[in-house]
Ligand binder design. Structure first.
Ligand code: SF4
Ligand code: SF4
Length: 323
């Protein structure tokens, strides 16, 4: 049995919407089968007004023990470090976050904004937004690099824009079941079980990637060609399990003909969304992709690409899924 309190900072609620669509297990399963007691959640909380405030103060003071504190959205520090751009239950959210994180057994950051700032932290960052324990790739964030929860853990980061619903619900189950020690984290504090393989792992376009065959357009012929060469797909350099744990149990961006935009990495959104950089492969000298698959250098890429194109058999230009 574990109780969970979920707050939102500078957020679009996308991670809440994602979480409410979880299937393995569902949000309802968490309560009925896995013994999670949702103390309060912006969309599910039963308490309102003064009753909600009493509950929050009770958790923040330690009177009600808090097992898991989930935070969605950025920590907004503006203006001038006061945090007053984001007032919640009569106080700056920054004050709630500080007190609740220090009382919680475990703290979970859900979505890019809570993990490392996400889109709100892009220049010029007028809300002075920051992630709980990172700002982009830099460790520190709002709580500081050395901060640890009562259980002795750093913030567990479940990134994504939004995070896959089952990544969230499965981590909550592991925490509720007392299997925290089984959750190995990578250097960005992401659970390795979801963020070691690449988006490309399991992508149906891998054979086209190997032979350097590009798809021709979005949507049309979505099962033919790879989205890396012209459409900016970051699947070969993004750690996520989107093609292993499918969305809605049946698809993923790349399967649907949409490039992976690297939303589980701290640098997202890449190139600060400058016009012409989204869904378009950035190139050096108009030919070589600027961002290469992880671990590949430019010279190796050029040599491999030339050989692969020469070796490409006829079927790499066909739709292999045609009936
Ligand atoms: S680059 Fe993208 S579309 Fe191409 S194989 Fe990798 S994940 Fe799939
Ligand atoms: S496919 Fe890429 S951009 Fe889409 S959700 Fe997965 S990691 Fe994020």
């Amino acid at each position: 049995m574990a109780n969970v309190l979920w707050f939102q900072g500078g957020a679009c609620s996308g991670n809440t919407m994602s979480f409410l669509n979880a299937e393995e297990p569902t949000a309802v399963d968490l309560v009925t089968d896995f013994g999670i007691d949702v103390l309060w959640h912006p969309s599910l909380g039963m308490e309102l007004g003064d009753a909600a405030k009493r509950l929050f103060h009770s958790c923040a003071s330690g009177e009600t023990p808090l097992d898991v504190f989930v935070f969605e959205g950025t920590v907004i520090r503006a203006p001038d470090g006061s945090g007053r751009y984001d007032m919640f239950a009569d106080r700056p959210m920054t004050e709630w976050v500080t007190e609740l994180c220090n009382q919680a057994g475990i703290v979970v950051a859900v979505g890019d904004c809570a993990c490392w700032g996400g889109i709100p932290a892009m220049d010029p960052n007028p809300s002075d937004s920051i992630g709980l324990q990172f700002l982009k790739r830099e460790n520190g964030g709002f709580l500081g690099a050395d901060w640890r929860s009562k259980a002795g853990l750093p913030v567990i980061n479940i990134p994504g824009c939004p995070a896959h619903p089952d990544w969230i619900s499965q981590i909550l189950v592991a925490l509720a079941a007392g299997r925290t020690a089984d959750i190995a984290l990578d250097e960005l504090q992401r659970p390795q079980t979801f963020f070691t393989s690449f988006t490309q792992t399991g992508c149906t376009r891998n054979q086209f990637f190997e032979y350097k065959q590009s798809t021709q357009s979005f949507g049309e012929g979505t099962r033919q060609g790879c989205l890396f060469y012209e459409f900016g797909c970051r699947g070969s350099m993004t750690r996520s399990s989107c093609n292993r744990i499918l969305w809605n149990k049946q698809s993923s961006k790349t399967r649907a003909g949409m490039p992976c935009i690297g939303c589980t990495e701290p640098e997202f959104p890449f190139y600060d969304l400058v016009p012409g950089t989204v869904f378009k492969t950035q190139k050096v000298s108009g030919v070589i992709p600027k961002d290469l698959p992880e671990g590949v250098d430019q010279y190796t890429y050029i040599a491999h690409a030339a050989a692969a194109r020469l070796a490409a058999p006829a079927w790499t230009k066909e739709d292999l899924f045609a009936v």
